[in-house]
Design a protein around this ligand. Structure first.
Ligand code: PMP
Length: 387
């Protein structure tokens, strides 16, 4: 018997990152700067809360939208940190990772034939998510000249006026770019003028570095709350990737539509993780600050080492990635494969993240300083020997 795969599934190519992990897995001396997840463990208080909830037998489903306590804590947290005002009753949906929230949004708002503009290079799941929902992706490449910020010019060049929705992710995976309020204002104006729904993935909102880089959500700009869905979660800032917990914020009607899918397909987000997340919001602020400090130290180290090596790298100010340019004469893929085979350092070629990523490498510094030191020394040797 053979399965007849749906056209949507056939349309999506396998993940471009996987091949590199397969090579990396063949050897045991590889330092990976390839993965997009914190090397820190979940703060102890959150882990203890998860354990305590299990000991008390709290292992049932929760309300579809998540426990009331957690939604209230999320409402307080996003108001306090990002000036986002959402009602815990009807405007917040707790999901199995931000990934589920993104998927629900595409399924709730994208019809077959709809076009979703995606600012790229970007996280690799948006494009497949749009295709699985039956929509079409319009790539909007950003460039290093603009510090990988989205501009109205880029939107116009791509023809995004006719799109139905726009996906943004700042702080950005894979570039580490951030967008300040003044950068977001023209984008918001464009979205209002052309009546675009905005999907704003803000999962790296806590991870910004340097002066004047505090995160601004596009949903806080005039006229944007009513057309924006914000995604966030606990994977990055709270180092909780495996607990699978995220959330969506949006107007009642939008969150209600997403919850309609969620209540049939997921029922509720993982209960143990919801207990951990509540504690993470209530008592782990210092742990988050400490991780942010450490990421910042690593970020400055990695940026300065690439410059010493003679590779161009733009000043990433968010998430835990930097995005250096490969030396002339190389494609990103050739460089990434060479440095992996010859020096045992795994990095991801920027092309994987869509137009705009060519000729760059995504370097994750969610790795200890000692390994970063070794990895950068190996990259330096590779460049000296082969470039
Ligand atoms: N959005 C972005 C930009 C990400 O980088 C990731 C994780 N790599 C996710 C969403 C998914 O996060 P979660 O673990 O909450 O599903």
């Amino acid at each position: 018997m053979t399965f007849e795969l749906s056209e949507r599934v056939q349309e999506v190519p396998p993940s471009g990152i996987r091949r590199f992990f397969e090579i990396a897995e063949e050897r045991d001396d590889v330092i990976s700067l390839g993965v997009g997840e914190p090397d820190f463990s979940t703060p102890w208080a959150a882990r203890d809360a998860a354990i305590a909830s299990l000991e008390r037998g709290r292992t049932s489903y929760t309300a579809n939208r998540g426990t009331r306590e957690l939604r209230e804590a999320i409402a307080d947290y996003v108001a306090d940190r990002f000036a986002l005002e959402y009602d815990p009753g009807e405007e917040i949906l707790v999901t199995a990772g931000a990934s589920e929230a993104v998927d629900l949004a595409f399924r709730a708002f994208v019809d077959p034939g709809d076009t979703v503009a995606v600012a790229q290079p970007s996280y690799i799941s948006y494009e497949p998510g749009v295709i699985f929902a039956g929509g079409e992706v319009l790539s909007v490449p950003t460039t290093e000249d603009d510090d990988f910020r989205l501009t109205v010019e880029a939107l116009e060049d791509a023809g995004a006026e006719t799109a139905d929705a726009l996906v943004l992710c700042y702080p950005n995976n894979p570039t580490g770019a951030i967008m300040r309020e003044s950068d977001l204002e023209p984008i918001a104006e464009f979205a209002r003028e052309h009546d675009l729904t905005v999907f704003s993935d803000e999962i790296y909102a806590e991870l910004t570095y340097g002066d004047d880089t505090d995160h601004t959500s596009i949903a806080t700009l005039p006229g944007m709350r009513e057309r924006t869905i914000v995604f966030n979660g606990f994977s990055k800032a709270h180092a909780m990737t495996g607990l699978r917990l995220g959330y969506a914020l949006g107007p009642e009607e939008a969150i209600g539509a997403m919850n309609k899918i969620h209540q049939y397909t997921m029922l509720s987000a993982p209960t143990t993780a919801q207990h951990a997340a509540l504690e993470a919001l209530e008592s782990c602020e210092d742990d988050v600050r400490d991780m942010v400090d450490q990421y910042d130290r690593r970020r400055r180290f990695v940026l300065s080492r690439f410059r010493e090596i003679g590779m161009d790298v733009f000043e990433a100010k968010g998430a835990f990635y930097c995005f250096p340019e490969v030396p002339e004469g190389w494609t990103a893929e050739e460089f990434a494969e060479g440095v992996l085979r010859e020096q045992g350092v795994a990095v991801v070629p920027g092309d994987v993240f869509g137009p705009g990523g060519e000729g760059h490498l995504r370097i994750s510094y969610a790795t200890g300083l000692e390994d970063l030191r070794k990895a950068l020394a190996r990259i330096e040797t590779f460049v000296e020997n082969t470039v």
